[in-house]
Design a binder for this molecule. Structure first.
Ligand SMILES: C[S@@+](CC[C@H](N)C(=O)[O-])C[C@H]1O[C@@H](n2cnc3c(N)ncnc32)[C@H](O)[C@@H]1O
Ligand SMILES: [Zn+2]
Length: 277
């Protein structure tokens, strides 16, 4: 069985060899890297939606340096502490699967990831062979109602209605966001007036707060390669004035603070699928 459902008729999908099929004979080929395309044409708003090759390459280069390993460990620890074992975990906006790889180490976990970016999924499917990956939007998840125990959203768009729909009651929603001091030293190089991110603890309807885990780490980036890799995976890469980009390009070393919050929520409601609570 698969955690995915047919995007046309919503029946369960089964993977057999190089294709996923549903009982109504809709069939989806598995790409050579191992992911499947489940995004209907009417949900595709550009030829190559999601993060492009350059952003994915920057993120892969940086994350593989291990600078955010403590964040991955903290997310996995929060999932285990509040969710237990043998979990069905859906990584929404999974990118190239760095965090997905962490979940695959949890005992008995069954993992799926979705993202709009084919470039991301090519990497993810190679990186985490034991998980399944689909090109799909977080706003139209190809996943049945109440089918998963955990939804993890790391720096991806927030699609609360869909997360509520696919999570079983009592399941966990883990939302990872940048915190006030995140990359402040880099922002201070790029901008004349760097602002901290807002600290936001929002009560989302249908979810109860379980925990907020702060993760703060400081590391030195030696040389331009890791500095540019980090810059390239941030939104600053497309909104920084030229002077700031030039200042960054002259640095030989940059010590940076990464500051995150792992927000853990439990989905409220009863087990009856028709119940709207
Ligand atoms: C900042 S990246 C985070 C990637 C990954 N979770 C990580 O932390 O390394 C945001 C990701 O969301 C994806 N994305 C953007 N809009 C999306 C949507 N509507 N549905 C699915 N993925 C989306 C992008 O392609 C990108 O891979
Ligand atoms: Zn179908």
């Amino acid at each position: 069985m698969s955690l995915f459902r047919c995007p046309i008729c919503a029946a369960p999908l089964t993977r057999a060899g190089r294709a996923y099929t549903c009982p109504n004979r809709h069939s989806y080929d598995v790409a050579k890297e191992g992911y499947v395309h489940l995004l209907p044409a009417n949900q595709k708003h550009s030829a190559n939606p999601g993060d492009d090759k350059a952003m994915i390459a920057a993120r892969t280069a940086f994350l593989d340096g291990g600078y955010y390993a403590s964040l991955r460990e903290a997310i996995c620890a929060a999932v285990s502490a509040h969710g237990g074992h043998n979990l069905k975990i859906l990584d929404v906006g999974c990118g190239e699967g760095y965090y997905t790889q962490g979940f695959s180490q949890l005992p008995g976990a069954e993992i799926a990831g979705v993202d709009l970016s084919k470039a991301g999924l090519k990497k993810a499917a190679r990186r985490v062979k034991e998980a399944e990956f689909a090109v799909a939007s977080v706003y139209h998840l190809p996943v049945a109602d109440q089918a998963v125990d955990v939804v993890v959203d790391c720096f991806a768009p927030l699609a609360l209605e869909e997360y509520r729909r696919v999570l079983r009651p009592g399941g966990l929603f883990v939302y990872v966001v940048p915190a006030p001091q995140h990359l402040m030293e880099m922002k201070a190089v790029l901008y004349d007036t760097p602002y901290p991110n807002p600290e936001e603890n929002v009560e989302y309807e249908g979810f109860t707060y379980v925990d907020i885990v702060p993760v703060t780490t400081t590391f030195a980036l030696e040389g331009q390669a890791p500095i540019q890799a980090l810059f390239g995976m941030t939104p600053y890469a497309w909104k920084t004035p030229k002077a700031g980009v030039e200042r960054l390009g002259q640095l030989e070393k940059l010590t940076v603070t990464a500051d995150f919050r792992v927000h853990v929520f439990r989905r409220e409601g009863c087990n009856n699928p028709s119940c709207v609570l």
